[in-house]
Design a protein around this ligand. Sequence first.
Ligand SMILES: Cc1cc2nc3c(=O)[nH]c(=O)nc-3n(C[C@H](O)[C@H](O)[C@H](O)COP(=O)(O)OP(=O)(O)OC[C@H]3O[C@@H](n4cnc5c(N)ncnc54)[C@H](O)[C@@H]3O)c2cc1C
Ligand SMILES: O=C1O[C@H](CO)C(O)=C1O
Length: 524
Amino acid sequence: MAASMEDVRVLASPARTTHHTWALTFFCRPELYLQPSSIEQLQTIVRAAHQFKKTVTVTGAGHSPSDITMTKDWLINLDDFDNVLSFSRHESGLFTDVRVEAGIRIYQLNAVLASRGLALQNLGSISDQSVAGIISTGTHGSSAYHGLISQQIVDITLLLASGDLLTVSPTVQPDLFRAAILSLGKLGIITHVTVRAIPSFTVHSFQEIVDFDKLLEDWDTVWTSKEYVRVWWFPYSRKCILWRAQKSGKSLSAPRESFYGTWLGRKLYELLLWFATRIYKRAMPAVERFVFRRQYGWQSTYGQGGSEAVQNSVEALNMDCLFRQFVNEWALPLKHGVEVLKQVDQAVTKAAESGAYYVHAPIEVRCSNCSYPNEETTPFEIIEKSGGIGALPGNTLRPLLDYSPVVPYAYTEPISNENLTLYLNATMYRPFGHDPPIGQWYREFEDIMVAYSGKPHWAKNFIGKSPEKTTDVPSKDGEMIGLANVFDSWYGEDGTKYKAIRLKLDPEGIFLGGKEWAVRNGVI
Ligand SMILES: Cc1cc2nc3c(=O)[nH]c(=O)nc-3n(C[C@H](O)[C@H](O)[C@H](O)COP(=O)(O)OP(=O)(O)OC[C@H]3O[C@@H](n4cnc5c(N)ncnc54)[C@H](O)[C@@H]3O)c2cc1C
Ligand SMILES: O=C1O[C@H](CO)C(O)=C1O
């Protein structure tokens, strides 16, 4: 059935004509900003896109730091396609599979789950993302006992370029599932997903100040010492905040007060960052040390328990990301962590001595268990062995575009750094909307990441490598060059498979809105 332009225009949001990233770093003015609320409306859009030779890009919360969702054609947002459809409780009572419309934001899902005594097992730093968005770029949290957030997904329904709906899972078209579970939005429109939730839990956390050198000394044991572990590294203070936590049934007890949790503290921090970005850049190390002291204190509390809290799982696993920011994050083998952090430390120290560049803190240091069993292993086999700690996975398949290193598998047997992925996250804030210089810092950071077989997080502000040149000089400070010249060697057979599946499902390129990003990165 043909669709008219009028059929599509009525789905456009009159209030929303522009689109931008959360960080206010990229903007676009799509020809139409569409907010459908039903499958029929989505199918009308896809039919019309064929007819009028338009591309379609989907955005969730726009929280990807890069220009991956920018388009001049048609942009779809599924904020009005956000219902929770069903709950299927497993007879063991260990988990419940929840079917949702894929535009639902994680914070909305958290609230619905909480009202039913349920929760997500693992989260990233925030819950603003849509369910489709959080899986589409490979979002992760920080735990040696959990994989990517998409590990919680049981099945995915896509609206294809043909207009058909297709539900894929580890048992139904597994290769397509592996493509869809980290699709970069280029395969089709994710309309529904089934998420594996567990009974709600509180999280008992211990936050310690640890000297940077001591963290490196204890690298081999620190990551597996609790279910959830994350580190914020403050290079100019030569200190880290080590946050370790586990599921608990304890009653709530609030965390200690935070300096930049107050309006005044936050504004003062932003003002100081602005001053060191715009007026006197050599002030940055002193600013970082001052803020560290106000926020956390100074003396090491490592091994003394640190400051304790018991929070609901969402409050504990999410965190305050402070200001709008650039984010460049890479994944690499955790076993190389000590050498890598030492090299980054040397680069940052040398740059500050010469005044070449200054970094913002914290550099986030996190890990995940992106080790995958053989394809025959079902989630249920892992769940049976789990013994109460770690993931009750919804699937155990490696996404074709997973950017984590390939490591030996261990989910339930003793886990060591050999099985884990390290994520290093170089955040640079934009105080009061002012861009700090990022180019030289990100270039040096990436050179170290590449030397240790790192790959960048798909959503973020990486620079990458030039397809034509060897000198890799972007025209604007920190501008993305992309991965086009390394995609095939870095992603190998899985990358080729992804591209073939993409082409087969979408031969006319309906879902290649934001094509510049895809071309730059060699994914089409
Ligand atoms: C403050 C902040 C904190 C963050 N914390 C973390 C973190 O802890 N860990 C981490 O790994 N990442 C983190 N991120 C990155 C973020 O999780 C990802 O960028 C995520 O993809 C954003 O989801 P979104 O809903 O905003 O999607 P968008 O950014 O709008 O889109 C992301 C991708 O999903 C595609 N997409 C969206 N909806 C659909 C759909 N229905 N069908 C098909 N494709 C779709 C888009 O086309 C695009 O390719 C953070 C980002 C910010 C800004
Ligand atoms: O992209 C991200 O932003 C925050 C850091 O501020 C985070 O944890 C990401 O990942």
